[in-house]
Ligand binder design. Structure first.
Ligand code: SF4
Length: 260
């Protein structure tokens, strides 16, 4: 597992403690169109291009199964938040069911940890029983998915469908990564099942494109009304006094609350 650096001059993913990738590679080919017309590729794909050739020898759009990494969370006694699939989409249609079950079984064996799963293939979530310590999340849609450009209408439908599916997933924490916040998503999130939302700006390499302030205000209003916790990614320009880095209760905390 890779520990995330969250000190000053942050690197890595701020909302997690570790990333864990027994499954690697992804065939979703997400791309984002930036406000200036430039196209950003998936962060994981960029990382894969930088790491040793042997780790992604057949390219990022290929499935890699690394069973030697399965037991990593079991070696860590201190409770931690672990991003389950930062270099893949565990729910991707190409990932064999038996491998997903092995990953979820490790999550069951490590109740001290909170596993943060994120997918763009929400329908497959309905095929699995998730342990309570897995936060099951969906991502805001990209501009291009599996090589095809998504219209604004298709993006909105994708959000609605994801939330419908998430409502049927029986876990304590259901969440959404809204990164980037690239349109006024607030109306779609009303009465949503979200316990947590991560909100970020659009980035392409070193360039950052801020969401319109009213989009942030609107989404906060909707999420606050339904008591959804909010975490701002560090790339958002927002006043310190209104900054949010909230989390839902984690695995160990839920048990403690129930025992009180
Ligand atoms: S689903 Fe995730 S890992 Fe896969 S291409 Fe999209 S952003 Fe990258």
């Amino acid at each position: 597992m890779n520990k995330q650096n969250k000190g000053n001059g942050r690197r890595g993913i701020e909302w997690t403690d570790y990333t864990w990738n027994p499954v690697g590679g992804c065939k979703h080919a997400c791309r984002w169109e930036m406000p200036d017309g430039s196209i950003a590729i998936c962060y994981a794909e960029m990382v894969a291009e930088r790491v040793a050739q042997s780790a992604y020898a057949n390219g990022f759009e290929h499935h890699y199964w690394r069973p030697e990494l399965l037991n990593e969370p079991l070696k860590l006694a201190t409770p931690a938040k672990i991003f389950l699939d930062s270099m893949s989409d565990l729910m991707g249609a190409w990932v064999p069911e038996a491998e997903i079950e092995q990953v979820l079984d490790i999550c069951r064996q490590a109740p001290q940890h909170t596993f943060q799963l994120l997918t763009k293939n929400a329908p497959r979530l309905l095929k699995f029983d998730f342990p309570e310590n897995v936060w099951v999340g969906v991502s805001a849609p990209p501009s291009f998915f599996k090589g095809k450009q998504l219209s604004f209408t298709q993006q909105k439908k994708m959000v609605q469908r994801q939330l419908e599916i998430l409502r049927q997933v029986n876990v304590p924490v259901r969440w959404m990564s809204i990164e980037p916040l690239s349109f006024d998503i607030a109306p779609l999130l009303k009465n949503s099942p979200l316990e947590w939302a991560v909100i970020g700006a659009a980035t392409n390499g070193p360039k950052t494109y801020q969401p319109r302030p009213e989009w942030v205000v609107n989404v906060l209003e909707v999420l606050d009304a339904q008591n959804t916790k909010v975490f701002f990614k560090g790339n958002i320009d927002w006043p310190d006094a209104e900054w949010r880095e909230e989390f839902p209760a984690e695995a160990g905390e839920v048990t403690a609350i129930l025992a009180d």
